[in-house]
Design a binder for this molecule. Structure first.
Ligand code: NCD
Length: 305
């Protein structure tokens, strides 16, 4: 049961919770396709509190809430809010909780969403905390695999990109420990999974680590690509050296087997060439569109009556 619960880490959800979100998301997808007006959230208000840039996550939460018949308030830019006057996260949360029924927060610091959930009597959803986690993106990712490939079990999943700083990767890997999958991690050496994350996962997940995609691409069901997390690099020279160090082009897609898919949490920078978009492998825009039914399901399960 998710009612009134915060979602800070993907580990906050039980296996049943995950399945219930997916079942509910299917129903929401039907509603969206039938253009029926829903009034599940009535007079409820969802607040989005974003201390970092976002397009998809914030807008999809707001769109999802409005499709459910509820309304939204938003702090989309911390520079134009009282944060710029020095207000603490604790104080901001104490105020926002009295203005809303559910709070969605994105923050550059790991642990910020957890802290917010401790200060709030209203449920808090983590929409990304630094390099930490991004659990709702993982729900969207898993839902996409289920919709596009039928099931998650028995799949070979290759995750390529910035595994060190990428929070979507961290939550996704934690979630994949619940399934019977083979995971290959491909990245430049400097961007491998941090030891503390790897040690957490190594006994729970069948992981292979590589710096080359070549050996695995023709046997992969899901190729999950992420961008270099530019904003997390403390050394900008290090970032500059890594630009262009991995890239998926039409050449790679031709090596992929039938029914395999390419996913990306987006935004994409240059790690997937635009020519890939028109291939049947490219599912990243579809993946982004699943953000609406999945977030509708989650909001209604957490904050619905
Ligand atoms: C991701 C994020 O914010 O972590 N974006 C998103 O929410 N879809 C991925 C990224 O920014 O690279």
């Amino acid at each position: 049961m998710l009612k009134n619960k915060s979602l800070v880490s993907i580990s906050d959800l039980s296996d049943d919770d995950l399945n219930n979100v997916f079942l509910e998301a299917d129903k929401m997808l039907d509603y969206i396709n039938s253009s029926k007006k829903l009034d599940i959230m009535g007079s409820k208000i969802l607040a989005t509190l974003f201390y970092e840039p976002s397009t998809r996550t914030r807008l999809s939460f707001e769109s999802a809430m409005q499709r459910l018949g509820g309304s939204t308030i938003s702090m989309a830019d911390s520079k134009t809010s009282s944060v710029s006057k020095g207000e603490t996260l604790a104080d901001t949360i104490r105020i926002i909780e009295s203005y809303s029924d559910i709070i969605v927060i994105r923050h550059p610091l790991e642990g910020a969403a957890f802290l917010a959930s401790k200060f709030s009597s209203k449920p808090v959803i983590n929409a990304g905390d630094g390099s930490g986690e991004h659990p709702t993106q993982t729900l969207v990712d898993l839902y996409t695999i289920k919709k596009e490939l039928g099931e998650i079990n028995n799949k070979k999943i290759t995750i390529m990109g910035d595994l060190k700083y990428g929070r979507t990767v961290h939550s996704l890997l934690m979630a994949l420990t619940r399934y019977n999958v083979d995971v290959t991690l491909v990245s430049p050496e400097n961007l491998r999974l941090s030891d503390y994350v790897y040690n957490e996962l190594k006994n729970k997940l069948n992981i292979t680590i590589s710096d080359s995609l070549e050996k695995y691409i023709n046997d992969t069901d899901v190729l999950y690509v992420t961008r270099l997390q530019k904003e997390r690099f403390t050394d900008k020279n290090e970032y500059s050296k890594l630009i262009g160090s991995y890239r998926i082009t039409a050449k790679e897609t031709e090596k992929m087997k039938n029914n395999s898919i390419i996913m990306h949490p987006l935004p994409r920078v240059d790690e997937i060439s635009p020519e890939v978009d028109s291939t049947d492998k490219a599912k990243y825009f579809k993946q982004a569109s699943y953000g609406i039914p999945v977030r509708m399901a989650l909001i209604s399960m957490i904050a619905g009556d």
